[in-house]
Design a protein. Structure first.
Length: 92
């Protein structure tokens, strides 16, 4: 193995949170090898979750006949934010 190959192996194993040995074993066994989720993606997931909770609260209000037209508009705005965040997550 060349020094460049060893460096690449080290970086790939580290990005997956695995030792080089564990990384190579997974590759040889044909098991999935995925990079650890970055903090940015975790933060985006949390934001999507919070927006989803707000949308559910608005939907409950609408279904109960309590919500106003402005609430429905806010729900649509939040839904649009969810779609944008999902797009950002999908690009990564």
């Amino acid at each position: 193995m060349t020094p460049e190959q060893y460096q690449s192996l080290s970086e790939q194993a580290k990005s997956c949170g695995l030792s080089k040995r564990a990384y190579l074993i997974r590759l040889m066994e044909g098991r999935p090898v995925r990079a650890k989720t970055s903090q940015e993606i975790k933060d985006l997931r949390w934001e999507v979750h919070k927006i989803g909770v707000n949308i559910n609260q608005i939907a409950r209000s609408v279904n109960a006949g309590v919500a106003k037209a402005g609430d429905a508009k806010r729900g649509l705005f939040l839904l649009n934010q969810v779609y944008e965040l999902m797009y950002e997550i999908a690009k990564k």
